[in-house]
Design a protein around this ligand. Structure first.
Ligand code: ADP
Ligand code: ASP
Ligand code: MG
Length: 403
């Protein structure tokens, strides 16, 4: 008998009606004689609401309690799913992460799954039951509840598929699969049939929220193929894989963009060894993630300008740290909180020259100014003013024949 892991995201279980529909999907797999393991996210909006509640209690809410709080959303959805499956005649029960357990390592709110004990799950499945497991959460070695980063139920599904040696892992969501760019932002976005792990990892890390980046790392490390499809309509979705069979010959596979980026420029900073390190040391100590960095070539050999990007929510803290940093001298600090990173991603660019030129030309033809550039083997990112993001995506989508 084949085993399938079915993961349902927040919108897919966003109402009682949606939960009933999801149970029908589960029933179809049971009727096809699959062993089924279900993972669910919290009902849509619930986790955000819990985050807001923690913020209104304290702006320095204890992280262990934050995890205990945020993990409650999944308990509700999983119990409702199991209850409905019982109602329609299937044997089912919910499993909270600590009841298996799902063991995590790393810090609260950003932990990572290290091990899953599947003994009880296996017994239950063998007896025809459908376990419904809470996504997004685990416990650490001190028996405290942890969470594994926002959108973490994707990673729970992939790690469970690994441990129970599932034949298939299907991520059910509110769009039909992975698209060339966010279909809610650009109407001409096209569904991708197959995408390599590396491309999906870049897209996810660069802002395509359809899959959580960590989950794709887990899938790649453990060679778990993932299907992404809709829980709303029954249509074929996207396969995320490493298998080279029947890939299209597109050079660029997808376009991603970020929200809530901020740019900081330190004008007239001394151009000497160690200065960049002294700028970034306090930021790293305070867990502020620095993304793109550029340093201008010094005109006089003495002073230069350094620009970097961070998440807008870290802007206030970063400004304070820079102003308090006595080990750097500069003329001026300038900030821009209305910037976004737009990226083109595709393994095809490794073997195709001229992609950078085509990207810059397409943006120039729409009079979009590029603020910062960064590249890797399979992606080119540019920082642009947030007001230009939609236009930039449309022009790149057309230029690389994704329309
Ligand atoms: P779930 O609650 O099912 O986990 P998410 O909201 O996390 O769903 O992810 C699905 C959303 O991701 C879609 O509604 C879509 O707007 C967004 N998205 C962003 N980029 C892409 C893309 N390239 N392809 C598909 N969806 C994308
Ligand atoms: N409910 C969690 C979140 O909103 C986890 C998930 O949706 O996967 O981030
Ligand atoms: Mg998600």
């Amino acid at each position: 008998m084949k085993t399938v892991v079915l993961k349902f995201g927040g919108t897919s279980v966003g109402s009682i009606d949606r939960i009933k529909k999801v149970c029908k999907i589960i029933d179809i797999y049971k009727k096809k004689k699959y062993n089924v393991v279900v993972i669910s996210s919290a009902m849509s909006g619930v986790t955000n609401d819990l985050v807001n509640k923690s913020k209104s209690i304290s702006n320095n809410f204890d992280l262990a309690e934050y995890d205990a709080l945020l993990s409650t959303g999944e308990q509700v959805s999983c119990a409702l799913i199991a209850g409905r499956l019982n109602h329609i005649g299937l044997k089912s029960r919910s499993w909270l992460s600590w009841q298996l357990p799902i063991v995590t390592v790393g810090s609260h709110s950003g932990a990572r799954i290290n091990k899953i004990n599947i003994k009880e799950l296996n017994k239950y499945i063998k007896n025809g039951g459908v376990p419904v497991v809470t996504g997004f959460q685990g416990i650490n070695k001190n028996y405290r509840i942890t969470t594994i980063g926002r959108s973490g139920s994707d990673a729970t599904a992939i790690m469970l598929a690994k441990y129970i040696k599932a034949d298939e892992c299907i991520i059910f969501t509110d769009v039909e699969g992975v698209y060339t760019t966010d279909p809610r932002q650009h109407k001409k976005a096209k569904k991708i049939k197959k995408i390599f792990y590396d491309e999906m990892l870049e897209m996810a890390s660069l802002g395509s929220k359809v899959m959580q980046p960590t989950s794709i790392q887990d899938a790649k490390l453990n060679k778990i193929d993932i299907k992404v499809q809709s829980s709303f309509v029954s249509k074929s979705g996207t396969l995320i894989t490493n298998s080279k069979k029947s890939f299209s010959d597109q050079i660029i596979t997808g376009i991603s963009s970020t929200k809530n980026d901020a740019k900081i420029t330190i004008v007239g900073v001394k151009d000497s060894p160690g200065v960049a390190a002294s700028i970034f040391k306090p930021l790293s100590k305070n867990l502020i993630n620095v993304d793109m960095v550029v340093q201008n070539i010094s005109q006089n050999g003495k002073n230069t300008d350094l620009t970097f990007t961070i998440k807008s929510e870290d802007l206030k803290k970063t400004e304070k740290l820079l102003k308090e940093n006595k080990s750097i001298l500069y003329k001026k600090l300038s900030f821009d909180r209305n910037v976004s990173k737009v990226s083109i991603i595709g393994v095809g660019m490794i073997t195709t020259p001229g992609i950078t030129y085509r990207m810059f030309q397409a943006l120039a033809s729409k009079k979009i100014n590029i603020l910062v550039i960064s590249t890797s083997e399979i992606k080119i990112s540019v920082l642009v003013s947030a007001k230009h993001v939609k236009k930039a995506i449309a022009s790149l989508h057309k230029e690389f024949k994704l329309d």
